[in-house]
Ligand binder design. Structure first.
Ligand code: HEM
Length: 323
């Protein structure tokens, strides 16, 4: 359970002797290029006068950026309090948005390494960092309690579409093979062992989150009486519904602007986690593989969170130079 969220002025944290900025717990719209889009994120600059175009594209936040009230997290009846709702919602949206960016970075690095623009060793190291940071984002996005998920998050997705599914994520498509464990041809050797392990860990972390938040194990897609994977075929529609839910709009954008959005979200997440932590990381039983993602692995992900944030952003900054 997350304890009460203080007013905005109090949400700064002290990390490495430096005080972080205060955060508002209001999710911010994300602008991304279509995955793999020509002249998109990876173009140096798409604005006419050479200045950043980000501020012209990003819409106003849908939620006002205001201080979070001092209401109790759970009232006497056990209902989810305003603060916990707010934190859980912020984490669900922001954790997903960061995952989308990490997937785009993973896809791009794989392509650049395949074209020999990046050396395989450096590409593999960067991809391991991104894959492990994605594990951290799964933990972060899914860090609320089962009750908060069941009452505040899942119903909102179900209202958007009864079969709402993570498999609708546009940015996941280019990395689906990789994140299901199939290495790209240039990395299909023993040197990719660490990447294979990071990918495996992401699969297990996803299953751990699913088992923690939905103990009966059924996704909306699986439980929906209206749709089945076979009947949800209109990809453009499902991708649009998914983007809209997570406050994502699509526009060609230079990578430096994608990077700026990644960094500002990671700043907020770093501050949030420093103050409130990741919630419970109790191991939960979800079958024979549960041993592999026991408490130790999850704690490792938690402990490396701050370092991994720095590695990922410095790797991504390096990519601006080579593209
Ligand atoms: C924490 C944030 C989460 C993220 C970022 C996420 C992401 C994804 C992605 C990308 C896929 C497609 C996988 C593929 O095609 O290989 C997927 C599928 C799936 N996810 Fe999640 N997921 C999350 C939470 C959950 C939760 C809480 C459940 C609980 C039931 C869940 C259950 C499933 C299932 C069963 C599938 C298979 C397709 C479907 O039935 O919708 N996921 N998820």
């Amino acid at each position: 359970m997350i304890r009460d969220v203080p007013k905005t002025a109090d949400t700064s944290a002290c990390i490495d002797g430096r005080r972080t900025k205060a955060i508002s717990y209001a999710a911010v719209p994300l602008v991304l290029p279509m995955p793999g889009e020509e002249g998109g994120a990876w173009a140096k600059d798409t604005s006419i006068d050479g200045s950043s175009s980000l501020h012209e594209i990003i819409p106003e936040p849908r939620m006002p950026v205001t201080a979070v009230g001092n209401r109790a997290v759970e009232d006497e009846t056990g209902c989810v309090g305003e603060s916990e709702k707010r934190v859980a919602w912020f984490r669900w949206i922001t954790g997903h948005q960061v995952s989308f960016i990490l997937w785009q970075v993973l896809a791009r690095v794989a392509t650049l390494a395949g074209e020999r623009i990046l050396v395989p060793g450096g590409a593999l190291r960067g991809m391991v960092d991104c894959a492990r940071a994605y594990c951290g984002m799964l933990l972060y996005a899914g860090s609320c309690s089962q009750m908060t998920y069941a009452t505040q998050i899942r119903p909102r997705m179900a209202l958007c579409h009864p079969g709402f599914s993570g498999s609708w994520a546009r940015d996941f498509a280019p990395v689906r093979d990789l994140l299901r464990g199939r290495m790209p041809p240039w990395a299909d050797g023993p040197e990719s062992g660490e990447l294979r392990r990071a990918v495996k860990l992401s699969q297990l972390t996803h299953r751990w989150i699913a088992a923690k938040l939905v103990p009966n194990g059924q996704s909306l897609l699986q439980q929906s009486a209206l749709v089945s994977p076979a009947t949800v075929t209109d990809r453009r529609l499902t991708s649009a519904i998914y983007d809209d839910f997570f406050m994502v709009s699509r526009s060609p954008l230079p990578f430096c602007d994608v990077l700026a959005q990644l960094e500002s979200r990671l700043d907020d997440i770093t501050c949030d986690v420093a103050v409130y932590g990741f919630g419970s990381l109790e191991p939960c039983d979800f079958g024979e593989e549960s041993d592999h993602v026991g408490a130790r692995e999850l704690l490792n992900l938690r402990d490396e969170f701050f370092a991994s944030r720095l590695r990922v952003t410095s790797f991504a900054r390096g990519l601006v130079e080579v593209t």
